[in-house]
Design a protein around this ligand. Structure first.
Ligand code: GLN
Length: 193
């Protein structure tokens, strides 16, 4: 399976390593021609406003939007989840997203009191054991449309993992803890397309 990691900014290498370990043929995607050569795309964690700006500067916003509309499976972690959201709150002035998921995502939702934290999440769709989730200046999913499946929430009900068709998003970073089940789920979407 040929899959890409959007390699504009963020923790690109961590995702590439997990995907390679799972047997995928990984391309670092910076240009439209590279996107055209893959069957799925991971959008890494990092800084969503920077990835947004540079993807527009590199002529990548439109091709990624077209790939999403065409049904290409994508998985976004943290900043990547923000970029897959149709609506964001607390973006910087003029910040845009690729969109595709009918969700509203609040950027830096945990504020300064808890910028980063770790917790274990029960995620029925992935089975046992719980997922050890690392949140780093993480976003939250504040509203979800009818087509969106909630995969995981914190104990207080706040949503941190979602799926809509071939699009998958998590507020946290499985790629930094050795957790592979989200990437396997993404690769399964690629395989079944
Ligand atoms: N706070 C970052 C943003 O707004 C996301 C942080 C992350 O990806 N770890 O894009």
């Amino acid at each position: 399976m040929r899959v890409g990691v959007l390699a504009i900014q963020g923790d690109v290498r961590e995702h590439a390593r997990v995907l390679t370990e799972l047997g995928a043929d990984v391309t670092l995607v910076r240009r439209p021609a590279e996107l055209a050569g893959v069957e799925g795309l991971v959008i890494p964690g990092g800084e969503s406003s920077v990835i947004d700006k540079l993807s527009r500067a590199f002529g990548m916003q439109q091709p990624i939007r077209e790939a999403i509309a065409d049904g290409m499976p994508m998985y976004g972690t943290c900043a990547g989840l923000i970029l897959l959201a149709d609506r964001i709150t607390d973006g910087i002035a003029g910040q845009e997203t690729f969109g595709g998921m009918d969700v509203t995502v609040r950027r830096n939702a945990f504020g300064s009191q808890v910028d980063s934290f770790e917790t274990d999440l029960d995620i029925p769709a992935l089975g046992a054991p719980p997922v050890h989730a690392v949140f780093i200046r993480a976003p939250l999913v504040e509203t979800t449309g009818a087509a969106v499946e909630t995969l995981a929430a914190l104990d207080d009900g706040r949503i941190v993992a979602v799926q809509q068709g071939n699009l998958l998003g998590t507020s946290f970073h499985p790629e930094v803890t050795g957790e592979t089940r989200f990437h396997q789920r993404f690769l399964a979407l690629v395989a079944s397309r």
